[in-house]
Design a protein around this ligand. Sequence first.
Ligand code: 16G
Ligand code: MG
Length: 545
Amino acid sequence: MAQFDEVAQKSKLHPKPEGLTLQYGTAGFRTNAKHLDHIMFRMGLLATLRSKKTKSTIGVMVTASHNPEEDNGVKLIDPMGEMVAAAWEEYATQLANAEQEHLLTALKDIIEKEDVSMSEAASVYIGRDTRPSSAALSQAVLDGVSSLGGKTHDYGLVSTPQLHYMVCCCNTKGRYGSATLEGYYQKLSQAFLQLTQNVPNRTDDQKRLLLDGANGIGALKMRELEPFIRSELQVLLSNDGSSGKLNHLCGADYVKVQQKAPQGVSMGVGERCCSFDGDADRIVYYYTDSKNCFHLLDGDKIATLISTFLKELLTQAELNLQVAVVQTAYANGSSTHYLEDVMKVSVCCTKTGVKHLHHAAQEYDIGVYFEANGHGTVLFSKAAQKQIVELVKDSNINDERKHAAKLLENTVNLINQTVGDAISDMLVIEAVLAIRGMSVQDWDEIYTDLPNRQLKVTVSDRRVIDTTDAERRAVTPEGLQDAIDSLVKKYKNARSFVRPSGTEDVVRVYAEADTQEGADSLAHEVSLAVYRLAGGVGDEPKPLH
Ligand code: 16G
Ligand code: MG
């Protein structure tokens, strides 16, 4: 068939290096950009098949998020703006690893298994981050799509969540918003202004926010959004990409992992600051106090702030909707305790990775999900949205209920429900702080994090570690969980777990305890247990102190 002739021809321009195998991991393919040209071409092919199969527009985002600038990556976006279905992650890996001469066979295999009708039209939206390699790599995606006769729309430089939004807008025929950057800024800024405009007594200080753009796409997009929201929020942007290197000593991942402020931001005492990651789907907040002590407000604090706000509004609006928070094993024990025991919110724990949290959050009327690393959003069920909209229109209710309903409606519109979105999350947080009249310190004091430590251990094969109970317990290798259990007993308020990373060739170790020394020492002892029982390589882990 002529269709496949073109694939055969064009694929020669994007040859696969022999023997190279890569996996579609938790967040798509991710590695050094020089190994990715063939992957991009092939993901263009796969997105075209997925589009034919779903009869919808599919997204392809070229980014490696918080990885160093030399890396790149790619993820596929399904019709409603969610992560691509699990079975197609498998196909992605198969297609990526087929040697050059077997590419067509691998492609036809998928077509057959999924019964893809090749006569269907296909449409693929493409976006990319600011990495130097991204432009050429997204061109390879375009080549892949066009070689199978698919239509493309290249959005060029956009944040990951913006592309998710575009895909959702397109497939809902504009009901979610209009599939343009202008449409995105309009939707978010209108909701934000309505939430904040009538808040009394806001000082200029409260309207000021320092933002570290990680020298990435988020910085560029904030500049574009800025004129829309200027009257209510003054964003002072650092690490805007004009001189610094992407994610280098800055960005949400750096701040979260190092638990310190990024370089290039001059923070005054108590000033509210936040950092995006390299593709602007994560955000963390922080400030330093008068003793120069650094305070991080991570995804757990964000989930607490937002869920508490929503719960209060539901009470005021007299709406009987269930709010639940979805976390992972990394959630700080204090946050889980606060949510369950003080706020009486249901908490559910899932495996690490956005798709797991997203899926779990869909089970509730209102599902707030956040990873501790700052990736998250809120999902409102269709029924919940309908009840909110109807209440706003109801002329028989008192002013307090009406006001709460209106706030809820605008919050729904401000949240990017397709995926965690640093820009949208930032505006939600800013609106909640404004409406509640809270400073960043007030927010921080809702609960106190238990001291914690994350470490990594290199082993010869991380797959020897198998976990259960949302990654909180290790099933194999034998003896490891028993060893962790007895170590945990030595410390107060302690908890620890280990899991193989989905993005790096390491085993991750997490520990928390009542003191930092305790958390550090427990993390070290657990690392040693992993090293000894799970085939550690290189030097034995050394104590932190
Ligand atoms: C990816 C995931 C993120 C997760 C992280 C864990 C997506 C879009 N991103 O970045 O949610 O926290 O992997 O990495 O799913 P790890 O498996 O190396 O610890
Ligand atoms: Mg990211």
